[in-house]
Design a protein around this ligand. Structure first.
Ligand code: CDP
Ligand code: MG
Length: 135
């Protein structure tokens, strides 16, 4: 069974959207396997976003992601990686369709509310980073 990592970013937690977002995943048929609220360290975020190092949005992204608690969760189900990305919506807010989490709740690309792993390999790497206790 496929597993993936989703993270409600700090603005999502501040706005009280954890329940709304989890409800959408559960309604779709995904199961919550593990979850935690943490304020991520810079070290964890630099590993998580290592492929983005050097991009113009990288520094603001790390600063934003470390600005408060996030809700990290491991979700399980058939095609979990693809389904979470589908429900999350496009990265760029101007492309995120209504009906998706970003389309409904985000108005700036950097502060786009939610993260989802982009492949099975990324999901494995990210779950090991955020939930080392599950290994
Ligand atoms: O999160 P997702 O996989 O959809 O997008 P990404 O391309 O892997 O980018 C990671 C995160 O960087 C995004 O979710 C945004 O928060 C941020 N980003 C940004 O601020 N500006 C961009 N042009 C692209 C990404
Ligand atoms: Mg990504």
């Amino acid at each position: 069974m496929e597993t993936t990592l989703a993270i409600v970013k700090p603005d999502g937690v501040r706005r009280g959207l954890i329940g709304e977002i989890l409800r959408r995943y559960e309604n779709k048929g995904l199961r919550l396997k593990a979850a935690k609220i943490i304020t991520p360290t810079i070290e964890l975020l630099e590993k998580h976003y290592e492929e983005h190092k050097g991009k113009p949005y990288y520094e603001p992204l790390i600063k934003y992601m470390s600005s408060g608690p996030v809700f990290a969760m491991v979700l399980e189900g058939e095609n979990a990686v693809t389904l979470v990305r589908l429900l999350n919506g496009a990265t760029k807010v101007e492309e995120a369709l209504p009906g998706t989490i970003r389309g409904d709740f985000a108005s700036q690309t950097t502060y786009n509310i939610i993260h989802g792993s982009d492949s099975i390999e990324s999901a494995k790497r990210e779950i090991a980073l955020w939930f080392p206790e599950l290994a």
